[in-house]
Design a protein around this ligand. Structure first.
Ligand code: ATP
Length: 234
């Protein structure tokens, strides 16, 4: 589904991603782990086309997309939920959801998508008319994810979805990720909550100082406490 080869990315003159290569197969959940500043967010932003200076290869669904702007990647079926949720505060939950499908080829299916998303995210279903800003942080994060799912992406990139969220909602959110996977969405996850993330992942890559330093199955990494301590402590 996604194949990155020798990708480098820069912010100004700072060379942040150093020749990274990774692969996400269709239907997988793959987690990117590493300390703060390792380059995880920059990797997601590069996949989405949001880092202006990049070099290497990003192949999505068999096509090279490195040179494409973010909106073209969105039309190809890529979605990105950044760490800062960016819901529109003055709008209701339903209105926020509708925003997720504007500009998408699925626009004609708007009501159908809303019904499906409401079933998938029961917590939002109860709050469709509520002003989005009045919801808890976890609920707002779910809304940001649900809004990205409105366009029916093939693959979704999630940056630290559990950040600052009550544990009970985190569990609910990770259950949602499992359901999204079952429904056919490929997921790439950046997460500080390593055990929880590995618990739902197929495989994981470890980043350090802008490089991929290790990758393995989630099961093997879960058992490898030494590796986790070496690279995943904040
Ligand atoms: P965190 O968990 O703290 O978000 P991360 O692994 O996601 O960490 P990145 O956010 O990708 O790391 O940051 C990688 C490096 O790039 C850091 O050294 C950071 O300071 C730098 N960086 C990130 N964004 C920018 C920017 N807009 N301009 C310049 N440097 C940046």
């Amino acid at each position: 589904m996604l194949k990155i080869a020798n990708l480098s990315a820069w912010y100004g003159h700072s060379h942040i991603l150093q020749d990274i290569s990774l692969e996400v197969k269709r239907g997988e959940i793959v987690t990117l782990i590493g300390r703060n500043g390792a380059g995880k967010t920059t990797t997601l932003r590069s996949i989405m086309g949001l880092v202006p200076k990049r070099q290497g290869s990003v192949v999505f669904d068999g096509e090279e997309i490195l040179a494409e702007p973010a909106h073209k990647r969105f039309h190809r079926g890529l979605a990105y939920v950044p760490e800062e949720r960016r819901i529109v505060p003055g709008l209701s939950v339903l209105e926020n959801l509708r925003l997720g499908i504007i500009g998408s080829a699925n626009r004609s299916k708007e009501n159908e998508r809303i019904d499906l998303i409401a079933e998938t995210f029961p917590r939002l279903k109860q709050r469709l008319g509520q002003e989005a800003i009045t919801m808890s942080g976890g609920e707002q994060q779910m809304l940001a994810i649900a809004r990205a799912m409105m366009a029916e992406p093939q693959m979704i990139l999630l940056d630290e979805p559990s950040e600052g969220i009550m544990p009970i909602l985190v569990d609910e959110m990770f259950e949602l990720f499992r359901n999204m996977k079952t429904a056919g969405t490929t997921i790439m996850l950046v997460e500080q909550n390593v055990e929880l993330a590995l618990g739902i992942s197929d495989r994981a890559y470890i980043m350090d100082q802008g490089e991929i330093v290790y990758h393995d199955t989630a099961t093997a990494l879960l058992a490898d406490k030494a590796m986790q301590e070496r690279y995943c402590a904040v």
